[in-house]
Design a binder for this molecule. Structure first.
Ligand SMILES: O=C(O)CCC(=O)C(=O)O
Ligand SMILES: [Fe+2]
Length: 302
């Protein structure tokens, strides 16, 4: 089978990172807001300009049950030793739990809650399915950083997601504060594509889910990108139950959590049904299903 065209090459053996044009729109339709949970024209503009949109506390009523369910899953005998459970690079504390919507009806229901699914469908202007779900626990004192990256760059190179018509809707299960390791974003960076130097090691995810190296851009291109975006970094903070829509190609990272409180967030990656994966552009085998859902793709219904 001939390979699909690669409109967003990255990790293709270059010696230096480079900036490339983003050829896709950021929001994919401007129709009227679909129902009571649709985004306003102003919210669409914010997402389009900044690459993210924060809705403080809108799903607070689900937080207690999701936290309790997470506590249950974290110690569930059937999950012990499974690859979906990723520990921190320097301790046995849980860093991430992947595939939560497949393990738990409560998580699956949260992904279909109209307050998060309706805007996701509206922004992508299509039916959507879940490419990946995860909880990042960022435990008190032990939660370690995430390097600068664009999620889309990884999903493109390692999972074969063709175009940036994909986004993450995430829900704070704890308050996210300036000092507990919140996400740091470069607003506007999603409108540029960073093609990262180097190549992708075989089965890179075994390493990258603990400490990402391949696909994380270096200081020169980060400075250039920051300059294009007004030299401004924003931390994404808010109370539990806050929902954030995060464009797939937004450049972001997050620091260690040095505080005595956890910073736990739940992420659902929604992909447009018109943007189904092809063979990974790394040339390697597809990643396991808990990282990259395989066909058949069923549209989610709110
Ligand atoms: O949870 C975090 O702080 C960073 C998460 C992130 O960027 C990712 O999992 O792709
Ligand atoms: Fe990320």
């Amino acid at each position: 089978m001939p390979g699909s065209p690669d409109f967003y090459p990255s990790r293709v053996g270059a010696t230096e990172d480079s900036l490339r044009e983003r050829i896709d729109p950021v929001i994919h339709g401007r129709g009227s807001a679909p129902g009571p949970h649709g985004l306003s024209a102003e919210q669409l503009r914010t997402f389009e300009q900044d690459g993210f949109l924060v809705l403080p506390g809108i799903m607070a009523d689900r937080v207690a049950s999701l936290r309790a369910e997470l506590d249950r899953l974290s110690t569930a005998p059937e999950l012990q030793g499974r690859p979906e459970v990723v520990t921190e690079p320097d301790s046995d504390a849980i860093r991430s739990l992947f595939g939560v919507h497949e393990f738990s009806e409560l998580f699956s229901a949260a992904a279909r809650d109209s307050r998060i699914l309706t805007p996701a469908r509206q922004l992508l202007a299509d039916d959507v399915y879940i490419h990946q779900s995860r909880v990042n626990a960022k435990p008190a004192l032990l939660g370690r950083s995430f390097s600068w990256h664009s999620d889309f760059e990884t999903w493109h190179v390692e999972d074969g997601i063709p175009r940036p018509r994909i986004l993450t809707g995430w829900i704070f299960l704890d308050e996210n504060r300036a000092y507990n390791g919140p996400l740091l974003v470069l607003p506007g960076s999603h409108r540029h594509y960073v093609s990262v130097a180097g190549t992708t090691p075989e089965r890179n995810y075994l390493e990258s889910l603990k400490v990402q190296q391949a696909g994380s851009p270096g200081i020169h291109i980060l400075r250039k990108l920051a300059e294009l975006c007004g030299n401004r970094i924003e931390s994404v903070v808010g109370p539990p139950g806050t929902v954030v829509f995060h464009e797939g190609n937004l450049m972001h990272c997050s620091p260690d959590n040095p505080s005595p409180w956890s910073r736990t967030n739940l992420f659902f990656v929604y992909n447009s049904l018109q943007n189904q994966p092809v063979a990974p552009f790394s040339g390697q085998a597809p990643r396991p299903r808990y990282l990259a859902a395989p066909a058949p793709f069923e549209p989610l219904v709110p």
